[in-house]
Write a protein that binds this ligand. Structure first.
Ligand SMILES: [Zn+2]
Ligand SMILES: [Zn+2]
Length: 410
């Protein structure tokens, strides 16, 4: 019998290539400069730095620029070398980086928000900078006029943002755990839908415009894949982190999702398999297996003279079940449960050994990850966070060797 190999061997790990040190405070974002051995970093210490790899193999700053407030978000456009920095005071500042990366020139300040800027997307097609902030607003500003085009207020801090250039749709994640899909017009916007599934603030969003998939990561440690293109409300839950999920990247070619968490956990999910949706949890006044009443079901407790039990749910079938009928635990990767979860006795017997094969690989970044960026053409990943360190990784052992051929034209 030929064994089916779902996951890549665990020996294939990200290789740490470089460490950049020297920041005085949390590094809120780091971006790889395409076609260049360089990285742009922004920090709570109010600096914007451009680091270039020298002959020694080490990264040294070629630009070191201090601004008036902590830098909280960045959008860097490699083609035009325009850089947009969001600040803790709500302003977005634009700079133009010189061809040789040795200096950058101030261009303009955009009064985008009243409070900390959490995410920025620059859309060269419309000349818009779209941003979210802790003033609860999504705003979009025309870079030519410097004028605010439109904005939308949410009920909670807006924490992250993705934008579909072609259709002008924005996905905004917020601190209540909700994701809102909006269609942006010249001066107005309309809410298309809200996506509810997380039980904590949204820490990261990733939109894949080709497969029309949205991925979200949250402080509830989970990742959800929303099949927007499928239009059937299909969602896949991915549970494999032990901490807040703060960064996501979907590799289109290999259909792998990379997620990073605050504890440094890096998980690479194989999305090229038939996964199943986790069931909705059912409501019942008594255990759907042994029929014993739950503790709020006073009538049945009285009638049967039995003590009420705590309600639990089987993760595989969603049935409301008592503790005694669900004492077994199992992983069930096909539904995204990479850790052992509660399953009812019936379901436990149906789970075969091969069903427990992991559909993800787990790696240690060994530092707190607040932000991650991947240059898919070279398989380079950069991570940064509250330990003030920036790490550059070779991800090719993990995300497949087809990259070089698949993306050589970009
Ligand atoms: Zn029971
Ligand atoms: Zn079950």
């Amino acid at each position: 019998m030929a064994a089916e190999i779902h996951s890549r061997p665990q020996s294939s790990r990200p290789i740490l290539l470089n460490k950049i040190e020297g920041h005085q405070d949390t590094v809120n974002a780091a971006v790889i400069i395409l076609r260049e051995d360089g990285v742009v970093t922004i920090s709570e210490d109010r600096t914007i730095r451009v680091w270039l790899k020298r002959d020694s193999g080490q990264y040294w700053p070629s630009i070191f620029h201090t601004v008036s407030a902590p830098c909280s978000a960045i959008s860097y456009n490699s083609d035009s070398k325009r850089i947009f920095i969001g600040q803790d005071n709500g302003a977005i500042v634009e700079f133009l980086v010189a061809e040789d990366f040795n200096k950058m020139t101030y261009v303009k300040t955009y009064p985008a928000h009243q409070n900390r800027v959490s995410a920025i997307v620059f859309s060269p097609e419309t000349e818009w900078i779209i941003s979210t902030g802790h003033d609860k607003y999504l705003s979009w500003i025309c870079t030519r006029s410097g004028c605010l085009q439109g904005r939308h207020c949410f009920s909670a801090w807006a924490s992250c943002l993705q934008y579909d250039v072609e259709t002008q749709h924005a996905f905004v994640g917020d601190y209540s755990g909700q994701i809102t899909l909006l269609k942006l017009e010249q001066n107005t916007c309309s809410i298309i839908s809200t996506l509810k599934g997380h039980e904590g603030s949204i820490g990261a969003l990733w939109w894949d415009p080709i497969h029309r998939l949205l991925f979200s990561g949250a402080s509830d440690h989970s990742v959800i894949m929303w099949d927007i293109g499928g239009r059937k409300g299909r969602t896949l839950l991915l549970q494999g982190h032990h901490d807040k999920v703060q960064a996501l990247y979907y590799v289109q070619l290999t259909r792998q999702l990379i997620s990073c968490a605050a504890d440094g956990g890096i998980v690479v999910w194989n999305m090229d398999v038939q996964r199943e949706e986790a069931p909705q949890w059912q409501e019942s006044d008594s255990c759907q297996n042994c029929n014993q009443p739950f503790f709020w079901n006073l009538k049945q407790m009285w009638d049967t003279k039995s003590l009420g039990l705590r309600q639990h749910h089987c993760r595989k079938c969603g049935k409301a079940i008592c503790g005694k009928c669900s004492c077994k635990r199992s992983t069930y990767p096909i539904m995204g449960f990479e850790f052992q979860v509660r399953v009812c006795d019936d379901c436990f017997t149906t789970i075969k050994d091969e069903d427990r094969t992991s559909l993800a690989t787990f790696h240690e970044g060994k530092h707190s990850i607040a932000h991650m960026h991947l240059d898919i053409t070279r398989g380079l990943m950069v991570t940064c966070g509250s330990d003030r360190i920036v790490k550059i990784w070779d991800m090719t052992p993990v995300i497949g060797c087809s990259l070089a051929t698949g993306f050589s034209s970009h």
